[in-house]
Design a protein around this ligand. Sequence first.
Ligand SMILES: [Zn+2]
Ligand SMILES: [Zn+2]
Length: 295
Amino acid sequence: MKALEHPYQNLDQGQWLKGNLHTHSNHSDGVLSHQAMVDLYAARGYDFLAFTDHDRLTDESRYALLDRRGLILIPGNEITAGGPHLLHLNAQRLVRPIPQRQAVIDHARHERSMVIVNHPNQGAAFDHCPMMLMRQWMGFVGIEIYNGICGVNRGSPYAMNKWDMVLADGHRVWGLATDDAHDATDVGRGWVMALARERDLDGVMDALIEGRFYASTGVLIRSIEVHGMTIRVEAPNAQRIVAVATGGKRVAVADGPRIELVVPDRVRYVRLECWGAGETFAWTQPFFVGRAVLA
Ligand SMILES: [Zn+2]
Ligand SMILES: [Zn+2]
C-alpha cells in the first residue's frame, strides 16, 4: 500500500505569506541600504524578507534599527568565500566560509535555521554548484530552482534539472525562487509563498523548513488537494500545469488552470510546474511516494 508524503496538509490553517529570501544591500555588493530595500519590498506587498549579504550577518541587532514597515525580517547571510554559495537563513551566527562546505553546512544548521544551495546553474559553464557536491552534501534543506539575477548574468536562472537529479537520488529537498536582489530593478523576480500558522518569524521558518510553501515567478496557486494517490492543483493564472516525476519525466499535462492526476506506480516523487503567461511559473514541492502508515 502506497501513500503520498507531502508538506501541504491542513492548508486551511494559517495564512499564505509572500517573501524574498535572498537580498543584498550596500553592506556587501548591493546598491541600496537595508531601509531602502525594506521600503521597496513592503511597498510591493511582501510579508517577509531576509537580508543575505556576502559573508556578513544581518540579524536582529541590525533589524531593530530599521522601520520594518510590517515585514517579518529573517536573519541571514550568503556564505560566499571558498566555494559554492550557500544561503544561511535564520542564522544564529556567522559561519566561517571554509572550503569544506559539509563542515560549513553542519556548523550553519541550528534549530529553525536552514541552508539553501544558491544558483546551482550560474556561470558560463552552468556549474556554480556541481552535481557531485550536491550528491555528497547532507543537511541542506533546499535549492534555488530560480534565481532572479542569474537571468541577467551568465548561466541559467533555473535549476530544476539539478533539483530532479538530487530528488531522484532520494534527497528530500525543497525548491525555492528568489530575487538575489542587488538593486531596485531586481525586486519581484522570484519569491516564495509560505503557509505560516503564525504571522511571525517562527511561523515563517516552520513553514519553510517543513516545505509548506511554493516557489513563484508570477503564477498563483489557489489550492492543493491530496486524496490517496490523487493530486489536484488549481492555479488561476496558469495556462498549463505539468506533473514532473523521477528523473524529470513528465507524467501528466493539463492545459488550463487546474490538473488532477493519479500518481503513477514506480515513481519516487511527483512535483507540479504551473506555467503562466510569458515567462511566469509556480513550482510546488515534491509529493513523495512512501509507504502508507496503517492506522
Ligand atoms: Zn551568490
Ligand atoms: Zn546573492
